[in-house]
Design a protein around this ligand. Structure first.
Ligand SMILES: [Zn+2]
Length: 138
């Protein structure tokens, strides 16, 4: 937002004084803004790469709960259900999934969360305890 105000500030990138037109301006020019953006993107990439290397070197697998995409097996671990139950939920279209190939079914974490959000609401209405429901199934 531009205005008639003129504030003397110091650019957070090149440390030079400049006249800002808003109270939130941090950089003197588009060039400085771009420089900051690029170095931020770079450090995001470096951090991601370092994390990947760390996990690989230490043979650590990313915890299932932190993954955005899950295999049926991972989803079953996360939900403490058998893979068979997961396949049944997928078959009934209770949980969305995507088949990259016949043997590679992928489930989005947010679809699992969505499944619970919807079902918890229904269960709340019917006053049925979710855990009892699944214990009966096993
Ligand atoms: Zn600058």
């Amino acid at each position: 937002m531009s205005s008639n105000i003129e504030i003397i500030r110091v650019c957070e990138q090149c440390k030079k004084e400049f006249i800002a037109r808003t109270t939130v301006t941090k950089y003197c020019s588009m060039a400085c803004t771009k420089k900051v953006y690029r170095s931020r993107q770079k450090s995001i990439k470096i951090n991601a790469s370092n994390k990947e290397t760390f996990l690989k070197v230490n043979k650590i697998k990313e915890p299932v709960k932190d993954r955005d995409f899950l295999t049926v097996r991972q989803a079953s671990l996360l939900l403490n259900m058998s893979p068979k139950t997961i396949y049944r939920l997928i078959e009934r279209n209770d949980i969305n999934s995507f088949n990259f190939s016949e043997r590679k079914t992928t489930i989005r974490r947010k679809d699992i969360d969505f499944y619970f959000d919807v079902n918890l609401k229904i269960l709340e209405k019917n006053k049925i305890d979710l855990m009892t429901d699944y214990n009966l199934e096993n």
